[in-house]
Design a protein around this ligand. Sequence first.
Ligand code: S3P
Length: 176
Amino acid sequence: MESQGLAKPVVLIGMMGVGKSFIGVRLAKTFKVNFIDTDRVIEKKASSSISEIFSKQGENYFRELEFRAIRDALNQKNCVIAAGGGAYTFQRNRVMIDELGISVWLEAKPEILWSRVKDHDHRPLLQKDNSFLKIRELLEIRAKDYSKAQLRFRTDTALSIDSLVSKMRERISELH
Ligand code: S3P
């Protein structure tokens, strides 16, 4: 099936480690549109890492930069966006994303999320020694917001990345 681009930007939401960027790059390729990772946009604009922003200016400041990065990305229209794990838990982001884009929740069990993030130390909300508990707790709290997304897909099944991406493309195209 030849891709026709996207009528609305697709916004991938869900927990740290679920694969938003990995899958987002592939999905953007199949739709032949740009991929935007809002965390990377924030880091580039601020010339500092997410961890530095959290420690120097605080989480609230980061959330403001995140809101602006999502708003700017949504305005670029023909794109797939990977939002940070906390983004969709804020009402103003949710309203904006669902008005201008298609929200897609990527989900996975906490054990799988943990196995994917445990060797990385760039996520300020996860401390090395308690990250599994923290992930489980955050997922429990956030699931009620994540479940408001228009579409949802699991990234912890036996499905290959190619099959998952093509299933996602099909479901997203049905919404157009
Ligand atoms: C966060 C997730 C991170 C990043 C920041 C906060 C969160 O993004 O935005 O560390 O609140 O879950 P990823 O989900 O891409 O790791």
